[in-house]
Design a protein around this ligand. Structure first.
Ligand code: NAD
Length: 502
C-alpha cells in the first residue's frame, strides 16, 4: 500500500471511529516493532489475537520459557511482518543467510561442543550452506487469463508455524527453516532437541537482535529455552500454531501426526546404495565415501548400506580402500557390532531387535575402530565391512561412519534388498549404474523422495547436483524437499470479465 493511500485510510477510519465515540487504535504499518501491535490487528484467520500489552514479550529476542509466551510473541511478530510486507521478508532472509555464514565457525563449534556428535569441520560447512536455501524469490503467483477476465493464485502465509528440530543438525535446520518459513510470511516457534537446544537459542537470539535492528520486529523466530515433551505438547496445542514442521525420527513423526494439527513431517531414512557392473567403480567408491562419511553419517540422506553385484564386490572394496576407507575383518566387525548395538532376543517367536548404542552415534571412525580393536591411520573418515542383509548395520539407521557391504547375485536381488532395508520410509536411495533399465527399475521399486544416480547423496540437495537445499525433507507426508511454498496457503483472487488487456 502506498504511503498516501495508507494515510487517507487511517484518517477515514479514525474519523469513523471518532464519530462512533471510540478511540482510534489504527497503527501505521511503519510503526516500530517495539510498539505493541494494535488490538485491531488480525491475520483474518479467526484465531485469538495476540495480546498487545504483554510486556513479558519484550526484550527476549525470541527466547522464551514457555510455549505459550513464545507463540503469543510469534503471533505478534507475524502481524508485524504482514504489515511490513515483502521487503521485510527479504531482509529477514538476507540477515539469516549472512549471519549463518558469518558465525559458521563459532556456531559450528558450540553445536559440536553441546551435542558431541558429528564432525566440527562439517558442522561449520553446513552453516556456510544456508545461503543455498530458497527464499522470497521462490514464491511466484500463478495466473490465468481468458475471455472471462483474470485470476491470480497467491501463496500466502498461515501465521505461526511450530517447528521441531533434530540433534543431528540443530542450527542448520533451524536456520534453513526460518528462511523458508519467513520468506512465506510466517513466524515460527521452535522446540529443539533437548541435547541441542542451547546452541539453537544462541542463534535464535542473534537472528532476532539483527532483525529487530534492521526492521523493528523482535520475535519473528522464537524458541522454547528448555524444550521438553510437555513444551512440545503445549506448542502443538497452542491456538496460534497453525501448522507443524517436524524434522526427526519415527517417534516425533508419530507424535506430530496425533496432534490433530496439519503436520509436515521430515522423517527418518535408511538410504540403500546399489552398485552394478556398468558403473565407474572409482567414481562409485569416492561418492559412497564422501556421502557416508559426511558429518560421521548423521545426514538422513547419507549412504547407510551398500548392495553390490558379487563379481565386482572385491573391486569396489579395493577402490574404497584406495580412497581412504578402512576395511574391518569379520572378527573386528563382530566386536564393533556387540559394542554398537544391544540385541533384544525375539519374544514369542518374534525376531530379535537391535537397538543402537547412543554412545556411538555420530562418533569418529577412530572411536569405532577402537571398539573394533583395530588401529587406523589418523584422518580415516570411514570404516566398512562385509555383512549379510539382515545385519544390524544394514537394518538400523545407525548414523555411524561404518558402512556395511552386502554381496548380491543380481540387480533384481539388490533392488529387493534395498527396498526391504529402506523400511518404506520413502526417503532416499542411491544407485551407481550406467544402465538406464537398472536405474529405472530401482527408481520405480524404491519410490523414494530422493533418488541419486552416480553421485554422493548430498548431490540430491543441490550440493554437487542440480537443485536447492533444505535440511527438512518431508517424506511420510509427501511435501518433498521443503521450500517457502511448503509453508503457504493457496488463495485465489478472480476478476470477472475485466483486466485481460487484449
Ligand atoms: P529424534 O527423533 O530423537 O529427535 C528429533 C526431535 O523430535 C527432537 O527435537 C526431539 O526432542 C523430538 N522428539 C523425539 N521424540 C519425541 C516425541 N515422542 N514427542 C515429541 N517430540 C519428540 O531424532 P534426532 O536423533 O534428533 O535426529 C535424527 C533423526 O531425524 C533420524 O531419524 C533422521 O533420519 C531424522 N532426520 C530427518 C530429516 C529429514 O529431512 N527427513 C532431517 C534430519 C534428521
Amino acid at each position: 500500500m502506498s504511503a498516501v493511500n495508507e494515510t487517507i485510510i487511517r484518517d477515514v477510519v479514525a474519523e469513523v471511529l471518532g464519530k462512533l465515540g471510540a478511540t482510534s487504535t489504527v497503527t501505521s504499518a511503519a510503526a516500530p516493532a517495539s510498539a505493541p501491535a494494535s488490538k485491531n490487528d488480525s491475520c483474518g484467520c479467526g484465531t485469538k489475537k495476540a495480546s498487545s500489552t504483554n510486556t513479558a514479550l519484550r526484550g527476549k529476542f525470541g527466547v522464551f520459557a514457555t510455549a505459550d509466551e513464545a507463540c503469543e510473541a510469534a503471533q505478534e511478530a507475524f502481524l508485524q511482518l504482514k504489515a511490513k510486507g515483502v521487503e521485510a521478508r527479504r531482509k529477514i532472509e538476507s540477515i539469516v543467510k549472512s549471519l549463518a555464514e558469518k558465525n559458521a565457525e563459532q556456531w559450528g563449534k558450540i553445536e559440536f561442543e553441546e551435542t558431541k556428535i558429528g564432525r566440527l569441520d562439517h558442522k561449520i560447512a553446513k552453516l556456510g550452506l544456508i545461503k543455498l536455501v530458497p527464499g522470497v524469490d521462490w514464491l511466484r503467483p500463478d495466473a490465468r487469463s481468458g475471455d472471462h477476465g483474470i485470476t491470480l493464485e497467491e501463496y500466502t502465509p498461515f501465521g505461526v508455524v511450530g517447528a521441531i528440530t533434530p540433534s543431528t543438525h540443530s542450527i542448520p535446520t533451524l536456520s534453513g527453516n526460518i528462511v523458508n518459513i519467513c520468506a512465506a510470511g510466517n513466524a515460527v516457534v521452535f522446540n529443539a532437541h533437548p541435547s541441542a537446544a542451547k546452541c539453537a537459542a544462541v542463534a535464535v537470539r542473534a537472528y532476532n537482535e539483527a532483525i529487530y535492528r534492521e526492521i523493528g520486529i523482535e520475535n519473528i523466530a522464537c524458541i522454547i529455552e528448555k524444550p521438553t515433551l510437555d513444551s512440545f505438547n503445549a506448542l502443538c496445542k497452542n491456538e496460534f500454531t497453525r501448522l507443524l514442521l517436524v524434522t526427526g525420527g519415527p517417534m516425533v513423526v508419530k507424535a506430530a501426526m496425533q496432534t490433530g494439527k496439519r503436520a509436515i513431517c521430515a522423517g527418518p531414512g535408511n538410504p540403500p546404495v546399489l552398485v552394478d557392473d556398468t558403473c565407474c567403480l572409482t567414481r562409485a567408491a569416492q561418492s559412497i565415501i564422501s556421502g557416508a562419511a559426511f558429518d560421521n553419517n548423521l545426514l538422513c540422506i547419507g549412504e547407510k548400506q551398500v548392495f553390490v553385484l558379487d563379481h565386482i564386490a572385491d573391486k569396489l572394496m579395493q577402490k574404497m580402500s584406495e580412497n581412504g576407507a578402512v576395511k574391518l575383518n569379520s572378527a573386528q566387525l563382530d566386536k564393533l557390532t556387540k559394542a554398537a548395538f544391544t540385541i533384544t532376543p525375539g519374544q514369542g517367536g518374534g525376531c530379535a531387535r537391535a537397538h543402537t548404542n547412543k554412545d556411538f552415534i555420530g562418533k569418529d571412525a577412530s572411536v569405532l575402530a577402537q571398539a573394533a580393536g583395530i588401529n587406523i591411520p589418523s584422518g580415516t573418515q570411514l570404516l566398512f565391512g562385509e555383512t549379510d542383509a539382515m545385519h544390524p548395520f544394514v537394518q538400523e539407521e545407525q548414523m555411524m561412519p561404518m558402512l556395511p557391504i552386502v554381496r548380491v547375485k543380481s540387480v533384481e536381488e539388490g533392488i529387493a534388498l534395498s527396498l526391504q532395508s529402506e523400511h518404506n520410509y520413502k526417503h532416499t536411495a542411491i544407485i551407481h549404474s550406467h544402465d538406464v533399465e537398472n536405474i529405472t527399475a530401482m527408481a520405480r521399486a524404491l519410490d523414494t523422495t530422493l533418488f541419486v544416480k552416480n553421485g554422493p547423496s548430498p548431490a540430491g540437495l543441490g550440493l554437487g547436483g542440480e537443485g536447492y537445499l533444505s535440511f527438512s525433507i518431508a517424506t511420510p507426508t509427501g511435501e518433498g524437499i521443503t521450500n517457502p511454498r511448503t509453508f503457504t496457503r493457496v488463495r485465489r483472487c478472480v476478476m470477472v470479465d475485466n483486466l485481460r488487456i487484449y
